[in-house]
Design a protein around this ligand. Structure first.
Ligand code: ASP
Length: 343
C-alpha cells in the first residue's frame, strides 16, 4: 500500500483567512490554525497535510518580491519532503505571485497550486472550502507515481489555470480569474477533468532550481490618447530604470508621434529593455501589422506576444536579476517561453 501524498499548505494571508473586525468593520488576516479548524473536511482527504505560515501574513495588496523569495525558499527547503504544495493567497495579486514563482521555480516536477477566495472561510456562502479542498486534491494527483501537475498554477471557482496565464477580472464574482490566451488545464465537475495535453512539462533532464532574486527597478507604462511627453520622459528617462513594459493598443500599436519614437530609441540605446504588451485582455502583439507598429520592430522593441502584463512584469524582473546579458540576449530570452507563459 502506497503512502498518502504529503502536501504542504503555505499560508500567506488574503480574504480566505481573514476575520471581520467588528469594531472597524474591516477584514484582517487571522491565525491560520483557526482557519484550518473551520474546515474539518480536510481530515477526510486522502493526504497528509501540514502547514506553514509566512513570517507576516498579509493582505496581498502588500505583496512584495521579498515575499516571493520567502515562498520560493520555503518550497526549495521542503521540495524533497512533500509531493505537492498549495499556497493560500489573497486574490488581488495572486496572478503576479503565480507568474513570479513560475520563473523563480525552474524545472518543477511537482504541483504548486495557488488558491484563495472572495469570501472569508468562516462566511456561510464562502467559496473558500471548495477552492482549498480541490486545490489540495489537484496538488496530490498522481499518475504512475508521478505528480500529474508539474508547474505553478492557480485554482479558482472550478478551474485550474496555468498561473502565469491568469489575470484577476472581478472584485465581485466568485469567478475572479481568467486566462484569456490559454485554456483551463483542469475543470472540476463531478470528476476532475484533466486536459493532459495542456499541462506544462519542463526539460526533464534538468534538476529543480530555485532563483530568489528579482529586479525591482522596472515599471509599466500604459498608453492612452493624449499621453504627454513629460509624463513619458519621467518614466523612460528615470536614471535607475532597468526595464519597462509598455501597454500598447490592440495588436501592439503605439502613437507614431516623433517625440515618442525618439524616446523609445533613446531608451533602447541606453540598453534598457522595452517590452510591448497589449492592453487588450485577449490576443497578441504582432508588430508590423499596422503602420503604427512598424517603427517599433526597427527600434528593437521586445514583443510580449500573447503574455499577460503580470507575467511580462515578473519575467522582466526575473531575467534582469538572473540572466545577465546585453539587450539582444534579453530580447531573445524574453521572446521565448520559459514556463509556458508565452505562445
Ligand atoms: N484584498 C484581499 C487580498 O488580496 C482580497 C482577496 O483575498 O481576495 O489579500
Amino acid at each position: 500500500m502506497n503512502q498518502q501524498p504529503k502536501i504542504l499548505l503555505i499560508y500567506t494571508g488574503g480574504t480566505i483567512g481573514m476575520r471581520r473586525d467588528y469594531t472597524s468593520g474591516t477584514l484582517r488576516p487571522f491565525d491560520f490554525q483557526n482557519v484550518l479548524d473551520e474546515i474539518p473536511e480536510l481530515r477526510l482527504l486522502h493526504c497528509d497535510i501540514e502547514h506553514v505560515t509566512i513570517k507576516t501574513p498579509i493582505d496581498s495588496s502588500n505583496m512584495h518580491p521579498s515575499i516571493w523569495s520567502e515562498l520560493a525558499g520555503l518550497i526549495e527547503m521542503n521540495y524533497k519532503i512533500y509531493d505537492g504544495f498549495v499556497i493560500l493567497h489573497g486574490s488581488d495579486t495572486m496572478s503576479y505571485t503565480a507568474s513570479a514563482l513560475s520563473f523563480m521555480l525552474q524545472n518543477l516536477e511537482k504541483a504548486v497550486v495557488l488558491t484563495g477566495s472572495q469570501l472569508p472561510i468562516g462566511d456561510l456562502r464562502t467559496d473558500a472550502k471548495e477552492n482549498l479542498i480541490t486545490a489540495i486534491q489537484i496538488a496530490a494527483l498522481t499518475n504512475h507515481g508521478k505528480p500529474v501537475v508539474q508547474e505553478v498554477c492557480l485554482y479558482f471557482e472550478y478551474k485550474l489555470y496555468r498561473g502565469n496565464r491568469t489575470t484577476k477580472i472581478s472584485a465581485e464574482q466568485f469567478e475572479a480569474f481568467n486566462s484569456p490566451n490559454y485554456p483551463p488545464m483542469i475543470i472540476s465537475g463531478v470528476h476532475l477533468e484533466v486536459q493532459h495535453g495542456l499541462l506544462f512539462r519542463s526539460n526533464q533532464n534538468m534538476p529543480f532550481k530555485t532563483y530568489l532574486s528579482m529586479e525591482c527597478q522596472v515599471g509599466i507604462l500604459k498608453l492612452f490618447p493624449g499621453i504627454t511627453k513629460d509624463f513619458v520622459e519621467a518614466i523612460l528617462l528615470k536614471s535607475n530604470l532597468k526595464g519597462v513594459i509598455i501597454e500598447s493598443f490592440g495588436s501592439g500599436n503605439m502613437t507614431t508621434d516623433s517625440w515618442f519614437l525618439e524616446l523609445l530609441e533613446v531608451t533602447v540605446k541606453r540598453g534598457i529593455p522595452v517590452v510591448n504588451v497589449t492592453q487588450c485582455s485577449g490576443g497578441e502583439v504582432t508588430m508590423g501589422v499596422y503602420d503604427t507598429s512598424v517603427a517599433l520592430s526597427r527600434i528593437g522593441i521586445i514583443s510580449g506576444k500573447d503574455i499577460t502584463t503580470e507575467a511580462a512584469l515578473t519575467k522582466l524582473m526575473f531575467l534582469l536579476a538572473n540572466d545577465p546579458g546585453n539587450y539582444n540576449h534579453l530580447k531573445a530570452r524574453f521572446e521565448e517561453s520559459l514556463s509556458g507563459e508565452i505562445a
